[in-house]
Design a protein around this ligand. Sequence first.
Ligand SMILES: Cc1cc2nc3c(=O)[nH]c(=O)nc-3n(C[C@H](O)[C@H](O)[C@H](O)COP(=O)(O)O)c2cc1C
Length: 176
Amino acid sequence: MTPSTSPTGAERHLHQEELIVTKTDLQGRLTYANDVFLHFSALTEDEAIGQPHNLIRHPEMPGGVFALLWERVQAGKEIFAYVKNLGHDGVAYWVFAHVTPTFDGTGAITGYHSMRRAPRRSALPAVERVYAQMRALEAGKPARPAAQESLEWLVGQLAEQDMDYDAWVWSLEAAA
Ligand SMILES: Cc1cc2nc3c(=O)[nH]c(=O)nc-3n(C[C@H](O)[C@H](O)[C@H](O)COP(=O)(O)O)c2cc1C
């Protein structure tokens, strides 16, 4: 399994009552996936478990968002993010994700957990505009420095509006 499916341009929509849940090990390899994840990702459990989570990465997602995700969870913190994923049948789906570390009794991180619900649809055009600008900044550059650069750009843009990342996400997601 490789994250090589091409987007068909089609999109699946999560219903309000549906939740997509996965768990990973410390390297981001899937250790658990619920049925809703398998359905939206067009994968069987055997195809999903043990695979890296970038299995469903959509090419329109900027690396900078995932750089922030990993920075946060490896530091023991949570993150909320808009994520566009790509099922293995080429059908995309947008989620509003909450990603958290899992701790053992000594406080050590043992893995990661993500739960996603349907995003507020009216937030997506603004998210897509920002993500497109981040991808443009990343284009043609080595992945890691490119992701850091686009993340710094986002943080800088938001700082000009007296906002941090969390305030931005919640300004979009909180019902108007
Ligand atoms: C708990 C957890 C859930 C994740 N969920 C997703 C996801 O739904 N889609 C995705 O593309 N990456 C997700 N990631 C991030 C991937 O591990 C990876 O960083 C991202 O797909 C970028 O991959 P790449 O840098 O190899 O291209 C998740 C990571 C963790 C720890």
